[in-house]
Design a protein around this ligand. Structure first.
Ligand code: SAM
Ligand code: SF4
Length: 331
């Protein structure tokens, strides 16, 4: 058996996030610039065949879980074809997708039938005006339709990701909590991270998980911790005391979980990153397109993981924001 992908801190990496495009049909201010976005040239994007080949090598090294993301993954044509290719790879136990949900209603069933089983839809606000303020586009109704279509297609649970921002989304916390109780979606609040294209992140703008827990507990029902079901999962899970509704928190800023991280990322243009906040990348596309063999790809993956730092340094003065914003890395 091949040795697992272990970094110098003993963390074993089995979870790969794959960005399929940097394009997006909305412009969330915490991720993209408002306009004049310089997108990757289409020829720079890895083809589905190249992604499949890379994943086959990664599986030999112990990867068993993949998640497709972007940019907005559903703007890339025929994403179900990629899902089908990945679902056929023996050793992949779990394929997930993170989407803004705008194009989901039309694609949910096809994706489910292709083998996708996990879906996270991003929705920060239940007020259409606030949605427009955050995303700088319309589309709120389509997102809601997408969530319902995903449930109807068989995705269970559907998870909803909400980025929380101080001074902006406080009024959305309770409506989102009620929405989770009424629809059965699992809601996860994500702390705002310094990965925005505008470089406008400030610690003061982060609405911390504990504040949200306090609000929901006071306004709806006490939240009871369920702990981390999976020790490598970034979310800490809670349930309302009356058993109606599950809420998770990805507290990357206030409670970093770097020491249990098992993830790495492939960007749409074929660069491997061992961390969201990494300042270095490994050029996988260059190997794929210059006739490199599978062993060369495997070596590159191992070296990338081996070089992973202990953790992000958001809470220190040493922190340097990566050049690539979130939409270009793949969140
Ligand atoms: N477009 C898809 C979507 O929005 O779900 C997938 C890509 S998006 C980059 C993945 C996730 O990252 C989304 O849930 C989004 O809200 C989150 N995200 C983007 N920028 C972020 C930031 N600066 N801090 C925290 N989360 C962020
Ligand atoms: Fe697009 Fe997702 Fe970034 Fe929003 S968070 S701009 S939906 S890639």
């Amino acid at each position: 058996m091949t040795a697992p992908l272990r970094d110098s801190f003993g963390r074993i990496h089995t979870n790969l996030r794959i960005s399929v495009t940097d394009r997006c049909n909305i412009r969330c201010f915490y991720c993209m610039p408002a306009d004049n976005v310089q997108f990757m040239n289409r020829r720079e994007l890895l083809t589905y065949e190249e992604i499949e080949r890379f994943v086959r090598v990664a599986v030999r090294l112990g990867v068993n879980k993949v998640r497709l993301t972007g940019g907005e993954p559903l703007v890339r044509a025929d994403l179900d074809v990629l899902v089908e290719k990945l679902a056929r790879i023996a050793g992949i136990h779990d394929i997930g997708l993170t989407t803004n949900g705008i194009l989901l209603a039309a694609q949910a069933q096809r994706l489910y039938d292709a083998g996708l089983r996990r879906i996270n839809v991003s929705l920060d606000a239940l007020s259409p005006e606030k949605f427009r303020e955050i995303t700088r586009r319309d589309g709120y109704e389509q997102v809601i339709e997408g969530i319902l279509a995903a449930q109807a297609a068989g995705f269970d649970p559907v998870k909803v990701n909400a980025v929380s921002i101080r001074g902006l989304t406080e009024d959305e916390i309770v409506p989102l909590g009620r929405f989770a109780r009424e629809t059965g979606v699992e809601l996860r609040f994500i702390e705002f991270m310094p990965l925005d294209a505008d470089n406008a992140w400030e610690r003061e703008k982060v609405l911390f998980a504990q504040e949200i827990i306090d609000t929901l507990s006071a306004e709806i029902a006490p939240l009871v911790p369920l702990g981390r079901q999976d020790p490598t999962a970034p979310a800490t899970e809670f349930e309302f005391a009356d058993g109606l509704g599950r809420i998770g928190f990805i507290a990357s800023v206030s409670q970093p979980f770097c020491m249990s991280c098992n993830r790495f990322r492939l960007t749409a243009d074929g660069k491997l990153r061992n961390c969201l906040f990494s300042l270095e990348e490994t050029d996988i596309k260059a190997i794929l397109r210059s006739g490199g063999d599978d062993d060369e790809i495997a070596r590159a993956i191992r070296e990338c993981i081996a070089a992973k730092k202990e953790g992000h340094e958001i809470n220190t003065a040493r922190f340097i924001q990566p050049e690539r914003p979130m939409y270009s890395i793949g969140g």
